[in-house]
Design a protein around this ligand. Structure first.
Ligand code: SF4
Length: 358
């Protein structure tokens, strides 16, 4: 079983209450089962008696995890409750126990060609994945910035990196998709791949390496690319609240580029305390602390497709905590889509904000 390699973490987490507040799902369902402690206590039960893997409530809870990795990032010992949930998903799938909705979604993803269609010329590829394509203004904003900077780029559309398949527990199908994706990009000869979706960034930077898939181009998040252009902005975005991305913060050591870009834009924090917009180290403050995830399930990639009602509650949870009338800035097109659909908040991605300030 995949969970066997997490025995120590499981034993530590099952009795620990410390990161209870960092389950984005638990914060809106108020179910004890949706906390890191109880999730891992249930996995411990499976370690002792493997037949419990088939328990329907256990499977439902594992697939309801938002996988923000906030618990791992903020845990003093970095115990990997997130990795335990991903391992449990793989065990469920590999034992033929995947629920119908998960199976259907995975079959759909695996049937799609993984290689993106690449057009245009230049050393830079801007990859528009499904979540980025769903927010049409994102690619337009990127194009406006590239034109202003005089940067020629190719566009890649469609395909997938295998990330969604992996989080659903389909590791082999994920690796196959990743290899096809990388082959297409490598063949194009581009030197840099720019992505707006933090989930794609994490796939290209971390998953591909872990899966032995070689990508010859350097992957950068749009915030890093835009910050590197050192553009002169003619306007300031004013007061805003920035919601940290799960993948950029918790999966990638609190990547500094979103805050660097907000600093270049001279954005002002709407929170008014404990947030230094020019700091590249301090996670952004929203609500009552800088540890919680407010991404509506970004870490679980296809969370809104599997658990739309919970994703809606997570969006409302953000709305209740936001300064009224304040611009909400996000790194992730997925989070923008969820907040846009389920709340009245004014939400823009970092790319859109930068394009608006030119
Ligand atoms: S991740 Fe750390 S803080 Fe969270 S339950 Fe496990 S041991 Fe406790």
């Amino acid at each position: 079983m995949n969970i066997d390699s997490f025995q120590e973490d499981i034993k530590k987490c099952r009795f620990c209450f410390m990161c209870r507040h960092l389950s984005g799902v638990g914060n809106v369902t108020f179910r004890e089962a949706d906390t890191p402690r109880i999730r891992t206590a249930m996995v411990y039960g499976v370690l002792l008696d493997n037949s419990k893997l088939a328990n329907a409530d256990f499977i439902d809870t594992v697939y309801s995890s938002d996988l923000s990795a906030a618990c791992r990032y903020h845990c003093v010992n970095h115990f990997d409750e997130n990795g335990i949930m991903l391992a449990a998903r793989r065990d469920i799938v590999e034992n033929g126990l995947a629920p119908d909705d998960v199976k259907k979604l995975a079959e759909k993803l695996a049937a799609e060609p993984a290689a993106p269609k690449i057009s245009g010329s230049g050393d830079i590829l801007y990859y528009v994945d499904a979540d980025t394509a769903a927010v049409a203004s994102e690619a337009k904003a990127f194009d406006k910035i590239a034109k202003k900077a005089g940067v020629k780029y190719r566009a890649g559309r469609g395909g997938n990196t295998g990330k969604a398949l992996y989080v659903l527990g389909y590791a082999d199908a994920a690796k196959k998709a990743a290899a096809e994706f990388a082959e297409a990009v490598n063949k194009s000869g581009v030197k840099t791949v720019v992505v707006s979706n933090p989930a794609v960034y994490d796939a290209l930077v971390n998953d591909f390496k872990a899966w032995g898939v070689k990508l010859s181009a350097k992957a950068v998040h749009a915030s890093e690319f835009i910050a590197s252009l050192k553009l002169k902005f003619s306007k300031k975005p004013g007061r805003l609240c920035y919601l940290e991305s799960d993948f950029l913060k918790n999966y990638n050591g609190n990547l500094k580029f979103p805050r660097m870009l907000l600093g270049q834009l001279k954005a002002e924090s709407a929170e008014g305390f404990a947030t230094d917009l020019t700091s590249e180290k301090t996670p952004f403050m929203f609500g009552t602390n800088n540890e919680e995830s407010y991404t509506c399930g970004e870490g679980a990639v296809v969370f809104a497709q599997l658990r739309p009602e919970i994703a809606k509650k997570m969006a409302k949870y953000v709305e209740e905590r936001a300064d009224k009338g304040c611009l909400i800035a996000v790194a992730s097109p997925y989070t923008k889509a969820q907040l846009g659909k389920n709340t009245k908040l004014k939400v823009s991605t970092l790319t859109e904000i930068a394009a608006d300030c030119l």
